[in-house]
Design a protein around this ligand. Sequence first.
Ligand code: GDP
Ligand code: MG
Length: 827
Amino acid sequence: MSDNDGKKTLGVRGGPRSGNVKQSFSHGRTKNVVVETKRKRVVVPKQGAGSRSGGGSGPLGDPSRRPAGITDAEMERRLKAVQAAKAREADEAAQRAAEEKAREQERQRRRDEAEQKEREQREAEEKARAKAEEEDRRRREEEENAKRAAAQAAQPAPAADDAKPQRSPKATPPRGRAQPERDDRNRGRGRDDGGRRAGKLTLNQALTGGEGGRQKSLAAMKRKQERARQKAMGGAQQREKVVRDVQLPEAIQVGELANRMAERVADVVKSLMNMGMMVTQNQTVDADTAELIIEEFGHRVVRVSASDVEDVIHRVEDAEGDLKARPPVITIMGHVDHGKTSLLDAIRKTKVVAGEAGGITQHIGAYQVETDGGAVLTFLDTPGHAAFTSMRSRGAQVTDIVVLVVAADDSVMPQTIEAINHAKAANVPMIVAINKCDRPAADPDKVRAGLLQHEVIVEKMSGEVQDVEVSAVTGAGLDELLESIALQAEILELKANPDRAAEGAVIEAQLDVGRGPVATVLVQRGTLRQGDIFVVGEQWGKVRAMENDQGARVKDAGPSVPVEVLGLNGTPEAGDVLNVVATEAQAREIAEYRQQAAKDQRAAAGAATTLEQLMQKAKDDKEVSELPILVKADVQGSAEAIVQAMEKIGNDEVRVRVLHSGVGAITESDIGLAEASGAPVFGFNVRANAPARNAANQKGVEIRYYSVIYDLVDDVKQAASGLLSNEIRENFIGYAQIKDVFKVSNVGRVAGCLVTEGIARRSAGVRLLRDDVVIHEGTLKTLKRFKDEVSEVQSGQECGMAFENYEDVRAGDVIEIFERQEVTRTL
Ligand code: GDP
Ligand code: MG
């Protein structure tokens, strides 16, 4: 970077020899990079040169250009004054130059001192790091070799292997290093106070000093070393070119490209311009272009496939010796109502089915049971409804064994065939449970024959697939079924290493009112611990708490253990992979990268649709109708999840367009926008404030409230396909403002309220709103007017209310009272 002396460099001031450039990279990362110019230009004003600031030499010195209306005498006086000023200035300049020189010497001395110290420290660190790296690399190589030997195919290019140890300093930077680096930066900034600031703790340092702070990149570190070395050699003028291996993903920002080459951004931009590409440092170029640039600068290209931010996730294969036996993960599959949930319940000897809405399993649940023989089995209960087919296919990927439930009185049905195909596609062994054998109409042999048609040959038909006749109702055959599962598991020899950073799969996830985003995670390797920082799909988080399948708090969860995880920043999707990483910064970075990548992908897909639609339109001149909507949600994560889901909805005729999405209460301006576009407004766990409600009533804008994303998505889907059926809708019948909260013995906390709108009814449903966000939903335990229990309280009256099983009420909260009613849907 020294061969460009004297030219302007990006962001570098003419003063000291090092400056600071803030580079912006992909995924919103920024980095401060020290950029140096080789020689410092000391500004010593020459005689007369300084007069520029005097502003006199031009029009005054040249009589021909003298301003009109000035006499010669006046002119002379002015010239004299100017000359006197010049002389004064020259003296001052000389003095300043002398001072500057002295200061500069002092600065140089301090710099040298600091650098000497820094160098020593760095050398020590360098040695330690090199040793650690060497060890790390050897270990990795050994593992790689083992892996390669095991599976010859699908190996990443060797370059990627080389890259890992190189990047490791970024992941675990030596702590002490960042300090002198920052001092340098200060020196670069503090033009006049020179080295004085070195060693002082600035606010910036303090803020970036934590583990969340941006780590110096390898390139930046290398450059620093290079510079120090150069200085040590007495500020050698010529420096041999360092050829670097530059890791190159499919697309790279110009700034990042420059950083990886350790070249100046300005040079890279210039070079791109020479190729006819007008770009700024924040723009992205494709790998082919970047490769040309890298070659032009004389570096080596190392192509990496995925973005390297994900490299911090350890994808190392476990050594055979570290593996320990783990419980099998069993998925129950089968046609709806063939008895999947009942069977699992019978096995668990509990009753889940009674608590389920409508008797249909809503989510994939996960539970562990222990057989009489002592074997631990992890069961996933997949929903039997066709709407969840995609989730089920993900479910099969975490599954070791599929139990295919077929009702003996119903035989093979469409979803039975679907399940068979999923199991086959996932290459998972299957056990057939022929259920409802207690029924008079049961015909197990018909089931076996039916399965045969789909190439599932059970043992009784001289095949390989175990089949067991069971009844979830009487419990007959259950022990035999468990035995079959345990036997199958034994054959599979399932193992995992519990002593590593945890990796798992999301079985289900939802936004829980009160607890925030919650994910049921099946740990697949390693052990997930409370406090672990993780990235999961496009989300990240820190394990705040974990609950096992019995709802008990646990501190850790090993392989094949399903746990409910709290502490996510957003709601992941079922099937997302969870990885534990070292720092919050890494987790955030990966999550942001994935969000961006997903966004890009969607944008690309969106563009393709538009193009297709345009072509279609050209063909038959039929317009694509759009369903515009507005979305407001309680947290960013759910707003995004809804928008994403909305974008996926649509067919050739209808498409959903999210006009606006945001966090917080629905406001008047939302209503205005909705009215202008004829769009309904969706509130997810938020409410419209009073002015917005009035505006909506006036303008006829529909506001719909939801607390389950799935419901919202389903409604929009059905609206888009014109299939709106009658539904149970909620009517808000009243609102009450909490004025005060009392403790009443035998009742608990009672809210003293004023009914502000409508009516409060004891039998109605209630929600607790805090700042227009839903905090709790439930029923009333008590509704009191003075001392008496009453069934209704009218608007304008005071009353006491207490929630069933809920205590966290505060003054200022609002209670929403609603009733359910069947209405015809409109959107
Ligand atoms: P899923 O949709 O596959 O989860 O099926 P469910 O477990 O919800 O069961 C559907 C219905 O079949 C329920 O009414 C159960 O009581 C009934 N059922 C399940 N297993 C049996 C069984 O072994 N015998 C009889 N007689 N009824 C059963
Ligand atoms: Mg079920």
